[in-house]
Design a binder for this molecule. Structure first.
Ligand code: BG6
Length: 484
């Protein structure tokens, strides 16, 4: 692991939800692991003028305590030697000049070389303003390195993503930019690369000759919670499919990169997107949850959630079929499915293999056996299962399925949080697990026509696996979604 150089971690949007729920706890975990190197300062930046260093530290202590973090760790993270606050007030050029002066002062006081991370934990609509303001104040360069971290959503369609990339590139070079998709920080997602490219066993099977279909599901049992303000204008296509599920699809489908290097991996992922055929509207099912039961408890319909319009047409479920038109995947459908208020929280990739070409176990019908499959469980109960056929003991041939199983929890005490991994990568300057400008645009190019001409949204009961229409997407394979 590369040494982390002394740096200042500047969080824009430091008084917001993301900072309290994800960034601070992850920075805290890294500090507790002594992973941040000899000198690491955190500068919280917010519009609020009522905060100062001391009151911001108090707020952070409370937020960390609410995340059940032990007091001695909190004291280390929210210490007066490490954690500071600076307001940007109304966000005028003078405010950003002052931010620059504060950073320089902290660097001078602490003998730091000018390495800076700017983390935009801000509402997406202010990204362009904040990025331009950083550039305007000359904060895009320093005597050390400067890195800009941007949270999703990165645009809301192709045009807005292109515009945002333009604003970013007016002030920052692409190599300074780290676009976060937190799914790429999940251990099991990273393991996909090791699984595929460190094992000679699977790669020869990983193509249209051996694989019949790939199903990628990210199911949540939670509803929209308190996020209607954002979600009503987004919907599951923008919130989950364009980014997280499409990332999983490109990692599953990509060619072997020439090296385990950011540029090589990112290039192969983009090539997959360029090979996806335009999505047909009939290959897409959009749903919205109606009232139902989750874990035996009644839950309201999406339209009855606080902040949601009574006639909302926002989709909380998407199932769709992608066709990747290249030599490896021609004719192998990739099914993507995600939804809120589904029966359980489970994210997995199911790779279904073709049945044997010749079937000798007559009179059993080959159609009655379950095909071989590989189930990669991303969460919870992370691991994978390889399903194969066995003979049940006794007279005559009776075939049933069994599996080879690996579970992270049986081998490793703890999996790091995605944000811990990603923050450390930013500090090390490793962009492998971040989203490149061309990936973002290629992905929006794929989904923008659908967003502009959305299929009808159909209802499904909360606690189900989505609308029955989603099953019909697999009808030409003679089956429905794999139940694991
Ligand atoms: C976020 C979405 O990006 O991912 C949320 O905005 C979703 O709507 C969340 O709930 C799911 O992430 P995870 O890590 O809980 O699967």
């Amino acid at each position: 692991m590369a040494e982390i150089e002394p740096h200042i971690f500047v969080i824009l949007g430091a008084t917001g939800d993301l900072t309290a729920r994800k960034l601070l706890p992850s920075l805290n975990a890294l500090i507790a692991r002594n992973a941040l190197g000899p000198k690491s300062l955190i500068l919280g930046v917010g519009m609020e003028t009522e905060f100062n260093d001391a009151s911001f530290r108090d707020k952070c202590r409370q937020d960390l305590a609410a995340a059940n973090i032990p007091q001695e760790q909190i004291a280390q993270t929210a210490s007066d030697k490490r954690l500071f606050y600076q307001t940007t007030g109304k966000g005028t050029p003078e405010d950003y000049e002052k931010l620059g002066q504060r950073i320089e002062q902290l660097e001078k006081d602490n003998g730091m070389p000018g390495n800076r991370v700017f983390y935009l934990a801000l509402p997406p609509k202010v990204f362009p303003l904040a990025i331009a303001a950083l550039g305007g104040a000359g904060l895009n360069k320093s005597n050390g390195w400067v890195r800009l971290v941007i949270e999703k959503p990165f645009g809301r369609d192709l045009k807005s993503a292109q515009e945002l990339n333009k604003v970013v590139h007016q002030s920052f070079e692409e190599k300074q930019v780290y676009r976060i998709d937190h799914y790429l920080g999940k251990e099991t997602v990273q393991n996909l690369l090791v699984f595929r490219f460190a094992n000679a066993l699977f790669e020869p099977q990983w193509n249209r000759d051996r694989i019949e279909s790939v199903e990628i599901t990210v199911a949540e049992s939670l509803g929209v919670e308190h996020r209607a303000g954002y979600y009503e204008g987004a919907g599951a296509l923008r919130d989950m499919i364009q980014n997280h599920l499409t990332q999983l699809a490109t990692l599953t489908a990509m060619e072997v990169p020439e090296a385990f290097r950011a540029d090589a991996i990112r290039r192969e992922k983009v090539k997959v997107l360029h090979s996806v055929l335009p999505i047909r509207r009939e290959d897409v099912v959009l749903g919205q949850y109606a009232a139902g039961k989750i874990d035996g408890k009644d839950v309201p319909a999406y339209r009855d959630e606080p902040g949601v319009a009574k006639d909302s047409q926002t989709e909380t479920f998407v199932a769709l079929r992608l066709e990747i038109e290249n030599w490896r995947w021609h004719g192998v459908p990739f099914f993507l499915r995600t939804g809120k208020r589904l029966a359980s929280r489970s994210s997995e990739i199911v790779v279904t293999f073709r049945r044997p070409p010749v079937w000798i176990f007559k009179p059993f019908d080959v159609e009655t056996i379950q095909p071989n499959s590989l189930v990669i469980t991303i969460q919870p109960d992370e691991g994978f299962d390889l399903y194969f056929e066995i003979k049940a003991p006794g007279q005559g041939v009776r075939i049933q399925q069994s599996d080879l199983r690996f579970r992270y929890s049986e081998l490793f005490p703890r999996l790091p949080e995605a944000y811990e991994t990603l923050l450390l990568d930013v500090l090390q300057g490793d962009a492998t697990l971040f989203v490149s400008d061309d990936w973002v645009e290629a992905s929006w190019r794929l989904y923008t026509p659908l967003l502009e001409n959305k299929p009808k949204v159909v209802p499904y009961a909360a606690g189900s696996w989505g609308p029955p229409e989603a099953d019909a997407l697999l009808s030409d394979l003679g089956r429905t979604w794999t139940k694991t």
